[in-house]
Design a protein around this ligand. Structure first.
Ligand SMILES: C[S@@+](CC[C@H](N)C(=O)[O-])C[C@H]1O[C@@H](n2cnc3c(N)ncnc32)[C@H](O)[C@@H]1O
Length: 183
């Protein structure tokens, strides 16, 4: 490499934006998770983003983010994404996968409990869930009290039960995705 080329390369490396990733350890004590980890497949993640109409203007919160599949799908659309998971191993995996996907600058990961009120969710414009119906129902008061009107909630497979039917449901391969909008 010529001297000029090496000087240019060094200058480019210095000027390149550093993809900073934020990983936060909350004060939530370690405890057993409420549901096991099963990742959302890419086709389903894409369908969830489409159903919620995610754009670069959105802030997407995945409650129980696992290894970050939904965060990556949201960040690839230009959205800012925040993932909360109680399991430190999942946060470690998500940190790695988000970095590999090249979207670390748009993703924040929080090791904590989705039921811990000190972890705020009110800035979300979209909330994604892949939990269980019983957990969705347990979250319902929090979602209704804290999310602002117009915020969309999209859930992989599970509904909120009869008391809060989804506004829309779509079939994706062998599963369903459900959408609610906060009024
Ligand atoms: C079925 S996985 C879904 C992962 C991811 N959202 C996805 O769709 O690919 C559920 C995740 O919720 C996490 N989890 C379970 N109970 C939790 C709680 N109380 N607070 C935060 N995360 C929890 C588990 O560790 C697991 O990673």
């Amino acid at each position: 490499m010529t001297r000029i080329a090496s000087v240019l390369l060094v200058a480019l490396l210095i000027a390149a934006p550093v993809a900073a990733q934020t990983v936060i350890e909350s004060n939530t004590p370690l405890r057993d998770r409420d549901v096991i980890f099963v990742p959302t497949r890419e086709a389903v993640a894409t369908a969830m983003m489409k159903l919620a109409g995610v754009t670069a203007d959105d802030v997407v919160y995945d409650l129980g983010c696992g290894d970050g599949a939904l965060l990556i799908a949201a960040a690839r659309l230009g959205a800012r994404a925040v993932g909360i998971d109680i399991d430190p191993q999942r946060i470690k995996e998500a940190t790695e996968k988000v970095r590999e996907a090249g979207v670390a600058d748009r993703v924040t990961l929080i090791r904590g409990d989705i039921f811990d009120p000190s972890i705020e969710i009110r800035e979300a414009t979209v909330v994604t869930l892949y939990l269980l119906q019983s957990l969705n129902q347990k979250l319902m008061p929090r979602l209704k009290a804290e999310l602002r009107p117009g915020t969309r909630i999209v859930s992989h497979a599970f509904t909120m039960g009869d008391s809060w039917p989804p506004d829309r449901t779509e079939q994706v391969d062998s599963t369903r995705v459900h959408l609610w909008t906060i009024r």
